[in-house]
Design a protein around this ligand. Sequence first.
Ligand code: NAP
Ligand code: GDD
Length: 341
Amino acid sequence: MKSALILGITGQDGSYLAEQLLAEGWAVHGLVRRASMFNRSRIEHLRAAPAPGRLTLHYGDLTDVTSLRRILEKEKPQEIYHLAGQSHVGLSFEIPEVTCEENGTATLSLLEILRDLGYPVKLYHAASSEIFGAPAIAPQNEATACNPVNPYGCAKAFAAQLCRVYRNAYGLFACNGIAYNHESPRRGENFVTRKITLGAARIKAGQQAEIALGNLDARRDWGWAPEYVAAMRLMLAAPAADDYVLATGLACSVREFAAAAFAELDLELAFEGQGTAELARRKDTGAVVLRVDSKFHRPVESTTLVGDSSRAKAKLGWAARTVGGDVARLMARADYAALSS
Ligand code: NAP
Ligand code: GDD
C-alpha cells in the first residue's frame, strides 16, 4: 500500500490532503503535537472513517528531530508533505524566533534526515508567496527574485532555497509549492478571510455586533484550499521535481472580500472611514460597521502579491478555478450554515 507522511495534518491544508489521500487508498501517517486540549477538530471525522486502520497519528514536533527521524525510519513513507509550522505572517513579527525555527531550521533538519534515509522519498515543501514580499514585478513566477519583508517570509525563503540546494546537490525529489493565499471554512480564525466570514455569520445570527480589522486596502490572490492541495499531489506525481507557483492570478482587496461575504448573507456593510454622510446614512439603514483597529496593522505590509501559475498549468495541467469573491461567498455560506445547524 502507498503511504504518505503529513507534517501539519491537523491544519487546514493537512486535513484536506489526508482526506484526498485516504479516499485514494493511501495509508496516511500524521504528526500531531501534544497540546493541553486536543487540537484535532479538522481531522476528527477521518478517524471514524470507513478505513480507520489506514490513518495513523504520531506524537512529535518539527523541532524534535529525533522523533521525526524515528517516524520516518519506521514507517518509510514514499511521500512526505511538509505543511507544518507557524503560518501567521502578522504574528511572525511577535514570535520571530519560533517562526524561523519551525519554518526555517526545522526544514533543514528534515532535509538532512531525508539525505540519510537510504531509500527514495518525495518531499513537498509548503513555500509561500511571502518569499517575494515586495516584488519588483507582478505577477510573480518561479524566477522572480525573493525579497521577503517579514520574519515568516524570510524563513520560507531560506527553506525553499535549501530544498533547491538538496535537489541539486543530492538528487532529492524535493518540490516547493510557492502557494498564494488559499482559504476554506477550515481556515484558522485569525486569518482575515475567516475572521470576516465567521464574523458576518455571527452577526447574521445575532451573536456578534461588529468586526475590527487592520489594513482594508491590502490585496491578496485568494484561492480555494482543496484545489491547492490537489496541486501538491500532482507535483509529487510528476516525473521530475520542480518548483511551482500556485495562484489564481487575480487579486482583490480585503474590503472587496468583506463586501462579497456580507452581500452573500444579505447584510449591509459600512466601512469606517467612508465619507461621514454616507456612513451616517448606512448606519441609519442598519448596516454593520467594519471598524479599523490599528492593532491589526503590520509593521510592514507585503505588496502586489499576485501569482502566475503558467508552469503549473503547462506541466501539471493545474489551474485554480475558485477565485476571490467566490471564495468569500462559499466561506460565508458555510460559516452561517454551521452556526444555523
Ligand atoms: P495551518 O492551518 O496553520 O496549519 C499548520 C499546521 O502545522 C498545524 O497542523 C499545526 O499543528 C502544525 N504545526 C505548527 N507548528 C508545528 C510544530 N512545531 N511541530 C509540528 N507541527 C506543527 O496552516 P495551513 O493554512 O494549513 O498551511 C499549511 C502550510 O502551508 C504552512 O506551512 C503555511 O505556512 C503554508 N502556506 C499556507 C498558505 C495558505 O494560504 N494557507 C499559503 C502559502 C503557504 P497544530 O494544529 O498543533 O497547531
Ligand atoms: N490576519 C489579519 N487580521 N489580516 C488582516 C486583518 C486582520 O484583522 N485586517 C487586514 N488584514 C490584512 C493583512 O494585513 C494582510 O495584508 C491580508 O489581510 C491577509 O492577511 P492574512 O489573512 O493574515 O494572510 P497573509 O496573506 O498574511 O498570509 C497567508 O497567506 C500566505 C501566502 O501568501 C498565510 O496563509 C501564510 O501562511 C501564507 O504563506
